[in-house]
Design a protein around this ligand. Structure first.
Ligand code: AMP
Ligand code: MN
Ligand code: MN
Ligand code: MN
Length: 275
């Protein structure tokens, strides 16, 4: 069975519409897919409809932005009820914050001298605005050669398009996901620029709050990271999760590409009741 429990559609900063994402996952041999757009569930119905009558099991999901000790941490919610009132309430709060931030980023980049930012970004947005929309626009206009470089040059702390934002607290995030009947997972743990000691503190706090799991396998984590995270998961009795964090077709990330390379007993798959 191939699981991919972290992916994006064009309702956040992915490029494919949900039905195309599902079709691509099937092509790649994925059996269980979760659509986990940033702070939105707009794509879930379309993804569910596309998966209906196919071999693919679609798990409704979300990737929440939260703030922990002044750092932005992403928490994936798996198997959530997308109609849960508290979940929708949190989504509304985050939508306002994202839109407020987007206006400020547009203002700052425009002031910096970049033309057409508002339209260039608006064109891409089907759901919630994100920084990757800005990065892609900057690449399109030749201000950077890759989105990664655009992030470094324009969106990072101290750069022209940087706008600090306060997201949900870790505790609220875990509660909301639980309230919506889902499982909470620390997304891509090695991408926060945290020492392993700090990451352990985050994971410990998360586990104490009732968090469920941690992404052990994701496309940006190599074998060594996986082994380290697997031991952290074991130590804290967290479930191990797996997801590509797919955003768009490209050579270094593909749906279903992240695979477990280490043996883990407490596997999130076992909680998803997939037959
Ligand atoms: P946001 O949630 O709007 O602050 O944007 C975060 C998203 O931007 C992540 O989910 C990635 O998709 C993307 N991102 C962040 N850093 C980079 C980077 N260095 N290169 C490419 N994409 C990035
Ligand atoms: Mn993203
Ligand atoms: Mn993320
Ligand atoms: Mn993601």
């Amino acid at each position: 069975m191939i699981y991919d429990l972290h992916s994006h559609s064009y309702y956040s900063d992915g490029k494919l519409r949900p039905s195309d994402l599902v079709a691509r996952a099937i092509e790649q041999g994925v059996n269980v897919l979760s659509l986990t757009d940033h702070d939105t569930v707009l794509g879930i119905v379309e993804a569910q409809q596309a998966a209906k009558g196919t071999e693919l099991k679609l798990i409704p999901g979300i990737e929440f932005s939260c703030t922990w000790n002044y750092k932005t941490i992403h928490i994936v919610g798996l198997n959530i009820d997308p109609n849960n009132a508290q979940l929708l309430n949190a989504i509304e709060t985050l939508k306002i914050r994202r839109e407020t931030r987007a206006k400020l980023i547009t203002q700052k980049l425009t002031k910096f001298g970049i033309p057409g930012v508002e339209e260039g970004v608006a064109q891409q947005i089907k759901g919630v605005p994100g920084r990757l929309h800005y990065a892609r626009y900057l690449v399109e206009r030749g201000y950077a050669s890759t989105p990664g470089k655009a992030f470094k040059k324009f969106m990072a702390k101290g750069k022209p398009g940087y706008v600090p934002t306060e997201w949900l607290s870790l505790s609220d995030t875990v509660d909301i996901i639980k309230c919506a009947g889902g499982l909470s997972i620390i997304a891509h743990p090695r991408r926060y620029d945290l020492t392993f000691k700090r990451l352990t503190k985050l994971a410990q706090e998360f586990a104490d709050l009732g968090g469920d799991g941690i992404e052990v396998a994701t496309s940006s984590q190599g074998k060594e990271d996986q082994a380290l995270l697997a031991s952290l998961a074991r130590q804290l009795s967290l479930y191990a999760s797996i997801g590509s964090d797919f955003h768009e077709p490209c050579v270094y990330n593909e749906l279903g590409k992240a695979r477990f390379l280490v043996d883990i007993d407490k596997n999130i798959n076992s909680l998803l009741q997939v037959s």
